[in-house]
Design a protein around this ligand. Sequence first.
Ligand code: BGC
Length: 744
Amino acid sequence: MKLKNLILQMALVLCAFNMNAELPVYLDDSKPIEERIDDAISQMSLKQKVALLHAHSKFSSPGVPALGIPELWTDDGPMGVRPEVLWDEWDQAGWTNDSCTAFPSLTCLAATWNPEMAALYGKSIGEEARYRNKSVLLGPGVNIYRTPLGGRNFEYFGEDPLLAGIMAAEYVKGVQSNGVAVCVKHFAANNHEWNRYTTNSIVGDRALYEIYLPAFKAAVDAGAWSLMGGYNLINGQHATYNQRLINDILKGEWGFDGAVISDWGAVHDTKQAVEGGLDLEFGTGTDGLGSKGNPYDNYYLANPYYNGLVEGKYSEDQLNDKVRRVLRLTMRTAMNRNRPFGSINSDEHHEACRKIGEEGIVLLKNVDNTLPIDLKKIHTIAVIGENGIKRMTVGGGSSSLKAQYEIYPLEGLEARLGKDIDIVYERGYVGDTCTHYNNVWTKQDLSDPRTPEQLTADAVKAAKGADMVIFIGGLNKSDHQDAEGCDRLSMDLPYNQNELIEALAAANPNIVVVNISGTGIAMPWLDKVKAVLQAWYLGNETGNALAAVLCGDVNPSGKLPYTYYASLDQCAAHKLGDYPGTPRHDPVEGDIIDMKYNDDIFVGYRYTDMNKIKPTFPFGHGLSYTTFEYGKPSINRKKGSVDDKFTVTIPVTNTGSREGSEIVQLYIADLKSSLPRPAKELKDFAKIKLQPGQTETVVFEIGREDLCFFDDKAHSWIVEPGKFEAIIGASAADLKGKVGFEIE
Ligand code: BGC
């Protein structure tokens, strides 16, 4: 066998040199892909077919060595390319050439509301994955932000399906332009981390179709080549091989032609996996000993599947469909000889990282023009808070990275302001002093011998002596603080930060709070501080991006991709749902946790609107250092059929004294409908850059899909005749005008 492989490999090399030599059809990329797949399948044995469908290391599957079909290498995802691990283990391989550019969290990308940034992000991270020879990047994550406690919110695009879908689609196209597949995850209704292996999300069709599936569909429509099933169950069946979700909706209704990959260790049964549409199994545990041959042969889609096929339990057509999908994925990536070479840690990638970070930072509050820092008035700044000095590209779970470098906030501020201003730093609290995650070292010793009282006293003293205080705190990707595998325990800032901020504000009212997190936090001190920035996890360029916004080199233009609740009471998943679920013993699945999505379609602003709840900050909120004035919106026709073209226009003027960008949001309200609908829903947005005094007229087109809702009984999207409103907002709560129209 080995000799046969060798001869084949030599033949392939000779073919590559002699273009006249005849290539086997499956290797000839001048031929249509489906023809090549047919040819490959016709040459594969049953054993080879089954072998193609499961891992042979932590992150790779074997291909078909005897046919020269290469391995398929995957890697996390989604915010940078994960460092190499050992063949069979999660432990680091200890390579020295696997550092990467750590890009900002996807929540930050969503906060840019700029599809061009998503395209740049996708292209850049795809180049890094390509350079590292990965064929599948395990991302983006497009699950909806349903609760602020969700441990992986920072890996996702926020609460709104339209915004998440538009951004995800650009990310997908950008990555795949490198001949690297995305693996959109975690399909679906996987919205928190508690009991992630056993939660059974009980979700109705309306909520699935209107809230939880659209971002996946947008990614599929953008051409996603693979998709990852979640750990959870949905309506009683595992998501990774859920008949309804995968066979009926994804592969049926949406016509997805890519491969469905299991989450790592999400498969529990061969029959269900085979029949439920799973194509490629990863991460199932092995005893590592090869007691039954190759340890990977024990995977559910390995020997147990092979034996079932031999016994006639499964059809070969079904097998061939899986093989076809995996071969298609391989031909689109690892076997694509025309794909670019990629690049890593390039100046362009670092620049992209900084730009996306700068554009995603959200200025939540800014009274008395406290920001940008006025260098004529401010001569000393007390920077306080652990996140000012903490490296945070490491941690958080599978998205943890080995960044080639990371500029932490204090470094960025010192580099930008150090020559003009005295900067004093005080820690204020001790949170997470861990020096490593997954054996990637931060190279920071954050231990501090001081007592909490002493830390506070030292911070207050520094605050008193300064012209301005910049508190840099928040969460930090340690357990329960924005991390995979566990949710947060409450919305409160940890480590006594609330008390500390109050003490600092009392000592010096000229205080700015920079919150670094991927999710919403409670802000009981909001009235006592002058300005607040939501700064996310910004990757390599954290400090530089933050300093650029604080100093005004960059005018902030990000807006919130989720509602910033004041308390969990304002969030429908907690108020109406049964988070964190109810344990139950299922005769087939064993102990599971039922989690009822009673909030249905009323997620985020859809719920706060309905109940007239005033959150701390609404969805879509974000300030600028300039001001914008909205004119009156107008519509081209007042009545028409659903196929007529309705166009809404609105002039927006920069009324301040510096250039700035505004995100203009279009919401649609259906005034009367047979099924309950949200008061309004985001249907389009535009980010426009305006010079001082400049006016631009934003034009939105309204089509059928902006008016319809999912009728679960009829199982179709319908538009009902009647009155609608097109509402223009600077956020979901700051509405600037509306125009009515009627569908006849
Ligand atoms: C995570 C996935 C990740 C995979 C591989 C799983 O635990 O849920 O998001 O891609 O591990 O690291």
